[in-house]
Design a protein around this ligand. Sequence first.
Ligand code: ADP
Length: 478
Amino acid sequence: MKFSYKILFCSIITMAAAFGIGGYFFVNDVFRASLNREISQAMDESSILQFAFETAALNIPSKYDKLQNSAIEEIGANLERSSQSTGRLLRLSAEDQTVLYAGDGFVQDREEHTDTEDPALLSVVNGRTRAYQVIRYNGRYYVQTGTQVNALDRVLYLETMQDVTEVYEERARGFAVYRNMTLLLLVCSSIFMYFISSWLTKPIRILTQAAKKMTAGDYGYRAEEISLDEMGQLTRDFNHMASVVEENIRKLEDEVRAREDFIAAFSHELKTPLTAVIGYADVLRSRKLDEEKHFLAANYIYTEGSRLEAMSLRLLDIIVARRYEPEIQELEAGDLFAYLESIYAEKKEFQFRFAFEPCRVRAEADLLKTVLLNLTDNACKASEPGGVVEVTGARTEEGYLFSVKDQGVGIPKEECRKITEAFYMVDKSRSRSHNGAGLGLALCVEILKLHQSELMIDSMPGQGSCFSFLLADGEVPT
Ligand code: ADP
């Protein structure tokens, strides 16, 4: 069942219960008040009649010592006549409960014609106690009162009976009106609640639709935020989750693509030298060549073989670097620059400029040297003979910044992101002529990852490039 319908039905049930119970108590309360009013009126009139009877008895001429039954009957008839307008009936009984006078219509047989639980009203009546009861007779309701009357040495019982069916009918009418009103209110409020519940559950429908779209592959779809309450928060959280999922999927797709590119590039890089090696080896074994051609063929096999070996060693370095746990130490920048200067001292075709601020950096020495050598070699490969290659080290707020700068060919902007991928070369023939295989920067990136750092590339085609990275710095040596 739809959530909005659940809200709707729950509200209807709650409203029906509230209206029903509230209405029952209200109508019943009004009924009780009316009935009590009738009862107290009947009781008041019962006392008035008692006094009236006693007064009338005293006024009878004293012919007999005791009050005669005929006189009782006469007084009873007179009293009933005087209260005829109220519709009240009278009954007078002797001490042994023998009926001496009963108004026309008074319930004669106490035991058989009443539906009350305790019809023996007079059994509880005495000189001090008056009693009443509500009885049902022939489908009508009556309040019956009973009191004791003492007149001229006689103890009598005076009973009254008043029709209160009207009060019961009013209660039934009240129930009917309330029931109809409740039904009407329920219908109106159900229509109103239907719109409210569908408005309340709108964010859920929007989220469901967004989830369906995402399941169908539309990872960029976002649910519309239409409220600021908990539902709005849920939508925001959902959208945030969707963004994270989308980002992760994009990363996974990038990884898969990078892996496929890697395999394609790797097979390509293997195929070219292997074809040449196989070709030259075939020539060597199938034909007798003169000494010079024999040397050339063998040399080709040797250089291509060496290139393959260098490539496989680089690949191995990258794979090892990915799983390697570096031994980080504090190194003096001065020592590193002294090492670089010594390496490039013999390379006279470029103008090397080394400059650094003294500082200690946290790194594994061999790995850091590999990165710096790779970047400096690349700078040389990109430069024309006589070109300037600057290697600098400077302290910054974020750490110690190494930069390798050249004024060489530069790299087009769109290639900058790709050159750190394995086997990627901007100018393949130029790179190959320098024995490059597009693995140096990939290795640098892996090594820098081990040092929680990354390679920053700033380059302008035709003007040169600057490769830099930050390392955590230590104390400044004294
Ligand atoms: P390679 O072994 O070919 O040098 P790298 O991974 O070190 O491989 O470099 C990848 C490619 O990036 C190179 O082939 C080159 O095209 C480009 N590259 C690297 N450094 C520079 C630079 N300083 N200036 C211009 N291009 C560069």
